[in-house]
Ligand binder design. Structure first.
Ligand SMILES: N[C@@H](CCC(=O)N[C@@H](CS)C(=O)NCC(=O)O)C(=O)O
Length: 322
């Protein structure tokens, strides 16, 4: 665990002292967009046209943000168009590392097949030798220009949805213009209370900060449970990016967030509509292959030594979503 400061790796844990025990996520840095013709997207610079074989995703199978990108890649059928490297689930003193640098090799982790690096921070330094900031997954890499296109999952899934029409048969739009306003509003609530809410609860170092986060989290889960009454997906019949973004937190909830992050008022299993929803999403073609429970559990329970000093990984719960 650590970060880059002007191109140098510094090993240190999140600082919550200056924020009253509250965990605050930092803003992501590389914000360019792949577009069909290489025109600039909503942020950053242009020059990243959609091409087969040109782009590469660096992901962790443990990470809910990276998981979004793997799901969109699978649903869009872009497995042959965009290649992937998977970091080892244990995030230690050097941050995320690849399989050839891991202390205990974990099935499903890979080497860096593009740059041959051993640590993810070296990929960031290849894009910007003076980079300062956290070294996070996912990273979308451009093999042609030799740089990072984006390290913001919310934007990467939109690029995969919209820019690669020439390379996929899938015509489904996961962010259709008619629903964009409703999707954005829902994403904002789900991000704050649920996706990031579990981290705010889990990384809190003050009782009030924890209770605030856990209360807001379960208030939102209750609202989502009600919303899903009689509905297949969050927006109704149409599967959208909002579902991808909710699913990656829900699938980690019972195995990790209930215990490790103390989000234990209820389990997802206890919510009839949310648990039906998780099962339905999990059964979508290609999704199951993106879920690696071993990476998920090992990452959180072994890496966060301030929360779980023994590093013991729990055996349960029973898998109910298969
Ligand atoms: N805003 C980013 C957040 C990504 C993120 O925080 N990833 C975590 C893993 S779950 C990470 O790599 N953390 C490393 C660190 O903070 O040092 C996104 O959604 O892409």
């Amino acid at each position: 665990m650590g970060l880059l400061v002007e191109g140098k790796w510094v090993d240190k844990w999140y600082d919550t002292k200056s924020t009253g025990g509250r965990f605050e996520r930092t803003v992501t840095r590389f914000r360019n967009w792949i577009t069909a013709d290489g025109a600039p997207g909503p942020s950053g610079e242009g020059g990243f046209p959609a091409e087969a074989g040109r782009y590469h995703l660096y992901v962790s199978l443990a990470c809910p943000w990276a998981h979004r990108t793997l799901i969109m890649r699978a649903l869009k059928g872009l497995e042959e168009v965009i290649s992937v490297s998977v970091v080892d689930p244990f995030m230690g003193g050097e941050g995320w590392v690849f399989a050839d640098h891991a202390a205990h090799r974990s099935e499903g982790a890979t080497t860096d097949s593009v740059l041959g690096k051993q640590r993810l921070y070296e990929v960031y330094l290849a894009a910007d030798p003076a980079f300062s900031g956290r070294v996070t997954v996912p990273v979308l890499w451009d093999k042609t220009r030799g740089t990072i296109v984006s390290n913001e999952s919310a934007e990467i899934i939109r690029m995969l949805n919209s820019a690669f029409a020439a390379f996929t048969e899938d015509r489904h739009d996961y962010y259709p213009p008619a629903l964009a306003g409703e999707i954005d509003a829902l994403n904002a609530r789900v991000y704050d209370a649920v996706n990031n809410g579990v981290y705010k609860a889990g990384f809190a170092t003050a009782q009030d900060a924890y209770e605030e986060a856990v209360t807001a989290l379960f208030t939102e889960l209750d609202a989502l449970e009600a919303r899903l009454e009689g509905r297949d997906w969050l927006l109704g019949e149409a599967l959208t990016e909002a579902d991808i973004r909710l699913f990656t937190t829900l699938i980690r909830f019972d195995p990790v967030y209930v215990g490790h992050f103390k989000c234990n008022i209820r389990r997802i299993f206890d919510y009839p509509n949310l648990s039906r929803y998780v099962k339905a999403f999990y059964a979508l073609p290609g999704v199951k292959a993106t879920v690696n429970l071993t990476h998920i559990k090992r990452h959180y329970y072994e890496s966060h030594t301030t929360i779980n000093p023994t590093g013991i990984v729990p055996v349960g719960p029973e898998v109910w979503w298969e």
